[in-house]
Design a protein around this ligand. Structure first.
Ligand code: OXD
Length: 317
């Protein structure tokens, strides 16, 4: 069995070594320009078009991340580069769900416990009491209720936040899951976000979700709401956020993802006092967990078994 690994930075060696430990009989190679040789499996992140050219024997393509917009393109334009009939498989959790839950909980609790306000006071040398918030006044809306979104929503619920969540299609569950109020489809979107104090974005990036974090949506949240974006920069209309911060409609934003990464030095977010910036670290791809998951799926496919995590390229996730 031949496995070909591609990463835009060319640093495939640690993945080659680690995969070889799981799949001892496999021939594993890192992609080099001009490599059009057969491969049974491709393991990749943000591939160029050449990597995806039709390749003899190809059985599946594994994405080294949860979001597949790096393969399909922001607007799904890359879908037609995929070799026909070859499933694209995304990473499921692989240690990311716990990291996401920690990051989002930390950001939500920071706003709820007003640590952002105390930070600002400290910078002014101010010792000043702030009335505590009540959890009942802090409904959280989580956009995206897949593997990561559901884990995040449950973590927030465990802290006592009233949590609502939205996903595009209903998957058998009713209107509640573990105390989380669930909403679906276009009809359920407003009910999920209306009056929310914290908006958490975990949506996949698709043509339908690009620019979803915009002035129209911000106006539906509670006055002085907070935004936590851990999905993709292209979900956010940046000028709308800056205007909502100016007007006070949004009181603070924690952003881990940006349209251009690294965030350019002259970007206004760097100077926006109520924007917290982190460098796309909310949930890192952990090599050991990732490789174990991919190797397990390759072994299952070789045994002729079905696997989970197969992406529907027309939906984009
Ligand atoms: C992912 C990411 O999609 O790292 O997994 O952003």
């Amino acid at each position: 069995m031949d496995i070909l690994i591609y990463s835009p930075d060319g640093k495939t060696a640690p993945y080659e070594t680690s995969l070889a430990e799981h799949l001892r009989e496999a021939n594993i190679r890192g992609w080099q320009p001009g490599d059009a040789a057969p491969a049974d499996y491709l393991v990749l992140w943000k591939p160029n078009a050449e990597v995806l050219l039709p390749r003899a024997r190809l059985k599946a393509i594994f994405n080294l991340g949860a979001g597949v917009d790096g393969v399909l393109g922001t607007r799904g334009e890359g879908a037609h580069h995929l070799p026909p009939g070859v499933p694209l498989v995304r990473l499921e959790d692989a240690g990311m769900a716990d990291q996401m839950a920690q990051y989002v909980s930390a950001a939500a609790l920071r706003y709820f416990r007003r640590l952002d306000v105390f930070d600002a006071q400290q910078a002014q040398g101010q010792w000043k009491f702030q009335k505590p918030n009540r959890l009942t006044d802090f409904p959280v809306a989580v956009l995206g209720y897949g593997t990561l979104g559901a884990h995040v929503a449950k973590a927030l619920k465990a802290f006592g936040f009233p949590v609502r969540a939205w996903r595009r299609s209903q998957r058998g569950e009713g209107m509640h899951d573990s105390g989380i109020e669930l909403h679906h489809g276009d009809a359920g979107f407003d009910a999920c976000v209306s009056g929310a104090r914290i908006l958490v974005n975990l949506l996949p990036l698709t043509p339908q979700t690009e620019n979803v974090l915009n002035a129209h949506l911000f106006a539906k949240l509670a006055q002085g709401a907070f935004l936590i974006n851990v999905a993709r920069g292209a979900h956010l209309v940046e000028d709308d956020l800056l205007a909502a911060l100016d007007s006070g409609q949004i009181a603070g934003a924690t952003l881990d993802v940006f349209r251009t990464e690294p965030l350019p030095a002259d970007h206004p977010f760097w100077r926006a006092p109520r924007v917290t910036i982190t460098p796309h670290i909310s949930a890192l791809t952990l090599r050991d967990e990732t490789v174990a998951q991919i190797a397990g799926k390759i072994a299952a496919l070789e045994r002729g078994e079905a696997i989970t995590g197969i992406v529907d390229p027309t939906r984009g996730y």
